[in-house]
Ligand binder design. Structure first.
Ligand SMILES: Cc1ncc(C[n+]2csc(CCOP(=O)(O)OP(=O)(O)O)c2C)c(N)n1
Ligand SMILES: [Mg+2]
Length: 555
């Protein structure tokens, strides 16, 4: 046999390019092929590089920086992959701030590319256009990783570091600044290579054995899943059946276990099970609410799986903490349990009965549930539901059946009103293959309703449902119930939402009840065009007894 030819490394290619061009090349090398953006003079040379990259990279320009950043967030949540947005410094950065904050809270891999004033004047306070005091300091408090791109040869390395920080350890956003006179600067740039696959962090086998021993001995286990479990759906399902353990999810963990499985439980049923449990396995979740509101005592042993070594002990030190990505750790745990887990009595009938009782209790939320049933009936299993801080959203977190990971997007602990429409737009842009439905109240929708223009300009067929009660309804209810009906700043003057949508050229519809919503939704999903469905509603029953619930254990 002839000797195999030795593979020789290709010679390094050094090319002359601008910082903007090097940045675009590096983004592409890392699989980032879209930039959600709002331009301005500080970033002109970046945008020129994007323009000249042609079809290889898409630029989706929005009507406000919050729209660009929320779109990147929605795209990151829907795909699980890093996404980028670009804005001017100062006001551009601050306008995108709430979305960046939310990306941080949700551990979402969002890369912010932020302009800067001329390099030589940074920090001098001269009053340049969009100058903001200590921009780098402000950014550093919003993200885990921030740096300044200093020139063409610096860009690929800075992008690589930023992306690595976004996807390894505890994922999350990163930011890169670049001065307006640096984006266009030309120089020699070494080869731009795709990143090596990140090294899998070492799994602590002693901790895995300890967790398997603890869980193997426990009789009534509750699994709590958060956003960090979204890529461990298979493993969570296996563990649930091995341990006969129900899986509780509320906002970010929805869809990890298919809601058709009677072991998938909502928050109020989870609280009953928390009270009875002798062990809890928390996977990729803060557990702030459960640990502090529902309480812990000595009979409850806790095992945590988290990508961030600092997270598990923040509120209450667990018996065992397993640090790293959930899926490989859970696979190791499943292997260890295969040896030590006892045969367990089946709990399926018990769970079916408890689910039926839970449904009977939740029937109180009939108006919200009817709307949710209409949406579920028309949104295919792999369609994406984007939640908001509104009555139907609160009920969705408890009762909207979710079947697959990454198909229920909820803002997590920031719970920031107004995130919904633009985030859903980003999800729909990144996942053009499935329908996306956003729900909002009339309060939340108008935060980013102007991005209907973006939906039209970029042909993004998002369907938005706006529940219009003429109020910041949640605020109004609190004033009615807890402040002697002294109403303030809670009523809203609304546009005609149908005409509003039509004025952008989008389809506008009005649906008076759940049946009409279902028909309108069916037609909108089939039409695949930007659509707004206004649903005029009255006061809805309060969901709060199912969300804010008193302590069940410990003091
Ligand atoms: C950024 C932000 N600002 C304010 C709030 C407080 N807040 C929570 S719910 C709500 C009212 C929501 O009104 P709407 O979107 O119409 O929903 P509704 O309760 O009427 O269904 C407000 C102001 C918030 N959660 N986030
Ligand atoms: Mg409202």
């Amino acid at each position: 046999m002839p000797k195999a030819k030795r593979l020789r490394k290709p010679p390094p290619v050094t090319a002359e390019m601008s910082t903007g061009e090097a940045t675009v090349a590096a983004l592409l090398a890392h699989g980032l092929d879209t930039v959600y953006a709002l331009p301005g003079i500080h970033n002109d040379h970046l945008f020129d590089a994007l323009q000249r990259a042609g079809d290889r990279i898409a630029v989706v320009h929005t009507r406000h920086e919050q729209g660009a950043a929320y779109m990147a967030l929605g795209a990151a949540l829907a795909t699980g992959k890093p996404q980028a947005y670009a804005v001017v410094p100062g006001p551009g950065l601050l306008n995108s701030g709430a979305a960046l904050l939310t990306a941080y809270g949700m551990n979402a891999p969002v890369l912010a590319l932020i302009g800067q004033i001329p390099a030589a004047d940074i920090g001098r306070g001269l009053g340049h256009l969009h100058e903001i005091s200590d921009q780098a300091g402000i950014i550093a408090r919003l993200v885990d990783h921030a740096a300044l791109i200093a020139g063409p040869d610096d860009a690929p390395g800075k992008i690589a570091q930023a992306v690595r920080s976004m996807v390894s350890g505890r994922p999350g956003p990163a930011a890169l600044e670049c001065a307006m006179d640096v984006w266009g600067k030309r120089g020699k740039v070494g080869p731009i290579v795709p990143p090596a696959p990140p090294r899998a962090p070492k799994i602590d086998d002693d901790a895995v054995r300890a967790a398997a021993k603890l869980l193997g001995k426990a009789k009534r286990i509750l699994i709590c899943v958060g956003g960090g479990a979204q890529d461990a759906s298979l493993e969570v399902g296996l563990l649930s059946s091995m341990l006969q353990a129900p899986v509780m999810s509320y906002r970010r963990g929805r869809g990890v276990l298919d809601d058709r499985d009677p072991f998938s439980v909502n928050l109020p049923l989870g609280r009953e099970l928390w009270r009875e449990a002798d062990a809890v396995l928390g996977i990729g979740t803060h557990m702030l609410y459960t640990l502090t509101h529902w309480g812990v005592d000595r009979d409850l042993q806790i095992v945590r799986v988290d990508a961030d070594p600092a997270e598990p002990a923040r509120v209450h030190k667990p018996k065992v903490a397993l640090i790293g990505d959930a899926a490989p750790i859970l696979r190791r745990l499943i292997d260890a349990l295969a040896r030590s887990n006892p045969r367990r009595a089946a709990r399926r009938d018990e769970m079916l009965e408890r689910q039926a009782k839970m449904r009977a209790r939740l029937a109180k939320l009939a108006p919200q549930l009817a709307f949710l049933a209409a949406i579920r009936a028309e949104l295919p299993e792999d369609g994406i539901f984007v939640d908001e801080v509104t009555q139907v959203g609160f009920a969705a977190r408890l009762a909207f059946p979710v079947h697959r990971p990454r198909t229920f997007l909820s803002p997590g602990y920031q719970d920031n009103l107004g995130w919904g429409y633009a985030t859903a737009l980003g999800a729909q842009h990144a996942r053009g293959d499935v329908p996306v439905v956003s729900v909002s109240g009339d309060g939340g929708f108008l935060y980013t309703g102007n991005e209907l223009a973006t939906a039209m300009r970029h042909k993004i067929p998002l369907v938005a449902i706006v529940f219009a009660d003429g109020a910041f309804g949640n605020v109004r209810r609190i004033q009615e119930e807890q402040f002697g009906n002294r109403l303030i700043a809670a009523d809203l003057a609304n546009p005609d939402f149908v005409k509003y949508a039509e004025s952008f050229g989008a389809a506008g519809r009005r649906a008076g009840d759940a049946a009409a919503l279902r028909t309108a939704l069916r037609e909108a999903v089939a039409a695949r065009e930007p659509t707004l469905i206004e649903v005029p509603v009255g006061t809805m029953p309060s969901p709060w007894e199912f969300i804010l619930m008193p302590r069940v254990r410990g003091r």
